[in-house]
Design a protein around this ligand. Structure first.
Ligand SMILES: [Zn+2]
Length: 347
C-alpha cells in the first residue's frame, strides 16, 4: 500500500529508471587494447568485450553487488537492461533472484541485438519471452536500433505488446545511433533511453530516461530533456544507483545551459520513477538529513539512508543491510571480478 504520510527526513524508495547491473564488476578491469576516442569505440573496446566475457555466475555476483549498492543508496526499485551474448538463457532469472535475496525490486530486460547474427537476436528475444511468460517483472529489451535489423525491432515491439510491458531501448545516445527505424513501433509503455541526438519533434512515444553522468562520461553531449514532450525519468546507466547524486548532476548539467533552472524539475524526473515502478511508493527511506527538499538537496552532498523499509520490511537499519551480509557480498564480487578480468585478458 502506498505510503504517503512521510516525515520531513523521509522519502519513498527512490527509483533508478535505467541501469546495467552487469557492469558492476567492470571497475578495475584491464585497460582496453587501445584507448577509445569516441562513443562507438567505447562500446566496441570496453562494453562489448565485457559482455562477451559474462557467464551466469558473474551475472549473479554483479547483480547482487548492484542490488546492495542500490539499497545502501535508498534506491528500492531498479529498471535493469542486461546483455551477456555467451550466457543468454536464464540470465534474467539470475538477476531477479540476486535482487530478491537483497530485497531490492527489479524490472529486467534482455537487450536484443543482431551484433551476433540472427541466432543471437532470436536467443535474446526468447529470453525476454521466457522470463515474462514465467511471470517475471520486466520489459522487452532492445540494445539500440543501430545494432538491430528491422525485423528484430518489429519482433521486439510485438512481444512488448503481447506481454503488455513495452520495450526498453537505447536511443540516439551517440551521433551514429540511427533511431529512425523505431518510428511507428513505440507505445507509451516504452522506455526511450538517452535521446541525446533526437530532434525535439522525434515522434517516439514512451518515457525518456536521462542519464546525465553517463552522457558526460561518454562525451556524447547533453540531451536537454526539457525540450521533449515525453515524460522524463532519471537513470544511472550502470554507474551505481545513487539517485540523489544523479539528481544533483542533472541539476547542475541543466544549470550550465540555463541558470534559471530550478531543482523541482529534476525532482519531478525522480517522481516519474513512480509511474514506471509504482511499488516503490510502498517503500520508505529515512535519511540522515532533516529536510528532503529539492533546493536543499541540490546543494547537499553525502545524504545517505539510515533505514530502508520495503513493503513494511526493514532491509537497512542504521545503514546496515538486515537480510544479507554486505561484507560477504563485496568479497564474493571481488573474487568474481578477478575471474572476469582473467577472462578479459584472454580475449
Ligand atoms: Zn544504458
Amino acid at each position: 500500500m502506498a505510503v504517503t504520510n512521510l516525515a520531513s527526513n523521509q522519502t519513498n524508495g527512490l527509483v533508478c529508471a535505467h541501469n546495467h547491473f552487469y557492469s558492476a564488476l567492470a571497475r578495475g578491469m584491464p585497460a582496453p587494447p587501445r584507448t577509445p576516442t569516441e562513443f562507438n569505440e567505447i562500446l566496441e573496446l570496453v562494453w562489448w568485450r565485457l559482455d562477451m566475457a559474462l557467464d551466469l555466475d558473474l551475472i549473479y555476483h554483479s547483480a547482487k553487488l548492484s542490488a546492495l549498492t542500490a539499497l545502501e543508496a535508498g534506491c528500492t526499485a531498479v529498471i535493469d537492461h542486461h546483455e551477456s551474448p555467451n550466457a543468454i538463457d536464464g540470465s534474467l532469472s539470475i538477476i531477479a533472484d540476486a535482487c530478491a535475496e537483497v530485497g531490492v525490486r527489479v524490472n529486467c530486460a534482455y537487450g536484443i541485438t543482431d551484433r551476433h547474427g540472427p541466432q543471437g537476436a532470436a536467443a535474446g528475444l526468447a529470453e525476454n519471452d521466457r522470463f515474462l511468460s514465467a511471470g517475471g517483472n520486466g520489459k522487452v529489451g532492445l540494445h539500440a536500433a543501430f545494432t538491430c535489423e528491422p525485423d528484430t525491432i518489429a519482433a521486439a515491439a510485438e512481444m512488448g505488446r503481447k506481454h503488455g510491458v513495452g520495450v526498453h531501448v537505447h536511443v540516439a545516445e551517440g551521433p551514429a545511433d540511427t533511431w529512425q527505424m523505431l518510428t511507428g513501433h513505440t507505445d507509451d509503455d516504452w522506455l526511450i533511453i538517452h535521446g541525446v541526438h533526437l530532434p525535439d519533434d522525434h515522434g517516439l512515444s514512451g518515457t525518456m530516461v536521462h542519464n546525465p553522468r553517463s552522457n558526460m562520461n561518454n562525451g556524447v553531449g547533453y540531451a536537454r530533456p526539457t525540450r521533449f514532450s515525453n515524460p522524463i525519468a532519471l537513470g544511472t546507466d550502470g554507474i551505481g544507483a545513487d539517485m540523489l547524486d544523479e539528481f544533483r548532476v542533472a541539476f547542475v548539467r541543466a544549470r550550465e545551459v540555463d541558470v534559471t533552472t530550478t531543482p523541482d524539475v529534476m525532482w519531478g524526473w525522480l517522481e516519474t520513477g513512480y509511474e514506471l515502478f509504482p511499488e516503490a511508493r510502498n517503500d520508505v527511506v529515512t535519511w540522515n538529513y532533516d529536510v528532503m527538499d529539492p533546493w536543499r538537496l541540490a546543494y547537499t552532498t553525502a545524504v545517505a539512508p539510515q533505514r530502508v523499509e520495503v513493503d513494511g520490511q526493514v532491509l537497512l537499519n542504521n545503514g546496515v543491510p538486515t537480510m544479507v551480509d554486505a561484507a560477504e557480498i563485496k568479497a564474493k564480487a571481488s573474487e568474481a571480478a578477478t575471474k572476469l578480468f582473467a577472462k578479459l585478458n584472454e580475449l
